[in-house]
Design a protein around this ligand. Structure first.
Ligand SMILES: Cc1cc2nc3c(=O)[nH]c(=O)nc-3n(C[C@H](O)[C@H](O)[C@H](O)COP(=O)(O)OP(=O)(O)OC[C@H]3O[C@@H](n4cnc5c(N)ncnc54)[C@H](O)[C@@H]3O)c2cc1C
Length: 542
């Protein structure tokens, strides 16, 4: 094994990182530039950016506010970059990540167009052998999966898709060339966060847009706008406070969840609080009261407020009824924010189909058939989300000690300690893995915390001449139980059909995957494990 300055074979590295999104880029910088390890990133896409390289669909935009959707580890990066809008659109985020990669000189160690298909651990040599789709072999002591939580597109297996004569696209694999909707009949399947962003933009040019809705959703207006000079100055001057704030809040956003409870205020006061949050817009709506996620009656007040808003916006009562048949408490599925989503259904060229009442049965050469009708389309857009959190890992043939496959280890659902490591898979680290706060946070904060923890862990092993680390089965069992209990103490299980549980993928074991106990608390748990000599892990000398 050699550092940056030593000789090494072309394919042997100290550390191999899979994925060149927010996580992979910072992990490369940390291992290569802070620890001096020979490191390489293998990325399936032909460009960097991860989520933002792939999700180029109309209306693709971040729901985190721009000033917190950024790396906070470097003052230099913070002072040299300026966001233009409250919520950055996809091209601006790609520009940001390009700026970071260039600034840190990362690209020379990133191999694009390189999809990893397998990673096998050789115990005798304490080494991971990684093979790519093109058949190239890489070897490394440490393997870091920075493969993302939302990078394995879910295209539902609807019979007949291959027979469709028109064009079809999944929002998470959107083409780089512009898709022309003008004059076209478009069918959009899916009304999650992505569908809610895409529909208003597609409707602006399409001849007709038909939205197929299975699960109606709450949404709060984003109220996107250009950032004022004053706000930009505030962000520049207050970065230390913002950093401290986003590292201390439950969801790693720049807002704190209120201490007050729903029924501690009068109905009139409550309405005013919700109204103010609606006017302000964005994800902060969920921070109005502290008991929204644990008390169904409390949650119902927010749900009713939001449903009433939909009824006021949408003119056709039947469409409004279909949009408000929401069967999960507010916030128990990923809460979308939107720009004119509900208003879009007032357009003459937009219609809504309730596929819970009349499911899609097949795709034909001309369009989509449901149990009660047939629709003709030029273009079908799948806004059907992802095989989330575990999907990107399970798509690879990962084998640990004694040939144990990740499929076997996760037969009944993901099994990790802290979402960072898996028993039986030494020196494999998963950034924002299952069992960590991941998708319940403003993710750059969660990513930085994981990358820093992994980097410190590897540095500590090298300082102490340790060869391998993996969690004990007992620690992973206890963590899994704790993650489950924590989720069960909230209303989260009441959205049993959500991708948080894996319910959107047929055959996927149902298990609530992210840790709901809050980012700040989670950080303390991880730090404590490390400071107690990596409690819950076994570490072996060379
Ligand atoms: C539409 C959309 C909107 C979002 N909005 C927000 C938001 O508002 N706020 C927020 O905090 N988060 C949001 N997210 C979550 C977003 O994924 C994270 O914020 C962040 O971009 C994740 O970075 P990452 O590096 O962990 O993963 P990703 O950005 O997903 O990068 C993972 C990379 O790994 C690569 N990869 C995967 N498997 C392999 C393989 N086998 N071989 C080689 N390469 C592989 C992928 O190609 C991908 O480029 C959103 C996600 C989506 C899809």
């Amino acid at each position: 094994m050699t550092g940056n300055n030593g000789h090494k074979s072309a394919s042997r590295f100290d550390a191999l990182i899979i994925g060149a999104g927010f996580a992979g880029l910072y992990q490369l910088h940390s291992l290569r530039d802070k620890l001096g390890l020979s490191s390489v990133v293998l990325e399936a896409g032909d460009g960097i950016g991860g989520t933002w390289y792939w999700n180029r669909y109309p209306g693709a935009r971040c729901d985190s506010e721009s000033h917190v959707y950024a790396y906070y580890f470097s003052d230099e990066l913070l002072t040299e970059w300026e966001w233009t809008e409250r919520y950055p659109a996809q091209p601006e985020i790609v520009r940001y990540l390009e700026f970071v990669a260039n600034k840190l000189d990362l690209k020379r160690d990133i191999r694009l167009g390189t999809r990893v298909v397998s990673a096998h651990y050789l115990e005798d040599e304490n080494r991971w052998i990684v093979t790519t789709e093109g058949g190239t072999r890489f070897e490394a002591t440490y393997l870091i999966a920075a493969t993302g939580c939302l990078s394995a597109a879910n295209i539902p297996a609807i019979p007949g898709l291959e027979s469709f004569d028109g064009e079809w696209y999944h929002t998470g694999q959107w083409p780089h060339e512009e898709v022309e909707f003008r004059g076209k009949a478009v069918g959009q399947i899916g009304t999650g966060s992505t569908g809610i962003q895409a529909a208003p933009v597609i409707a602006q040019t399409a001849k007709h847009l038909t939205v197929f809705q299975r699960t109606p959703n709450f949404s709060v207006p984003a109220h996107n706008r250009p950032l004022s000079a004053d706000f930009k100055q505030y962000v520049r001057e207050s970065r230390a406070e913002i950093r401290k704030l986003i590292r201390s809040t439950t969801n790693a956003h720049a807002f704190k969840i209120s201490d007050r409870k729903v029924f501690d205020v009068s109905a009139q006061e409550r309405e005013a609080i919700y109204e103010a949050a609606w006017e302000k817009g964005g994800l902060e709506f969920r921070a109005c009261f502290q008991d929204l996620m644990i008390d169904k009656a409390a949650n119902d007040t927010a749900a009713d407020f939001l449903k009433n808003k939909i009824r006021k916006i949408v003119k056709d009562p039947e469409t409004a009824a279909t949009l408000t048949k929401i069967d999960h408490p507010y916030g128990t599925k990923r809460p979308p924010i939107d720009t004119d989503y509900f208003e879009t259904f007032n357009r003459e060229n937009v219609s809504l189909i309730d596929v819970r009442a009349n499911p899609i049965t097949r795709i034909t050469p001309r369009g989509i058939e449901t149990t009660d009708a047939a629709y003709e389309f030029d273009i079908i857009v799948f806004a059907t989300g992802f095989d989330a959190i575990t999907g990107p890992l399970l798509k690879m043939d990962i084998r640990g000690r004694d040939g144990l496959s990740i499929h076997k280890a996760w037969e009944t659902g993901p099994w990790t300690y802290l979402g960072l490591q898996i028993p039986g898979f030494p020196n494999l680290f998963t950034i924002t893995g299952p069992g960590s706060p991941s998708v319940l946070t403003n993710m750059p904060v969660a990513i930085e915390q994981h990358v820093d923890w992994i980097t410190d862990c590897i540095a500590d092993m090298r300082n102490n001449d340790l060869a391998r680390i993996e969690p004990t089965a007992a620690a992973a069992d206890a963590w899994g139980e704790y993650v489950n209990e924590t989720a069960s103490a909230t209303l989260m299980p009441q959205a049993g059909h959500s991708w948080y549980h894996g319910a959107n993928i047929p055959g996927k074991p149902l298990k609530f995957m992210p840790y709901v106990g809050g980012m700040a608390h989670y950080r303390t748990i991880c730090d404590d494990a490390a400071s107690r000599g990596y409690e819950g892990f076994t570490r072996q000398a060379r």
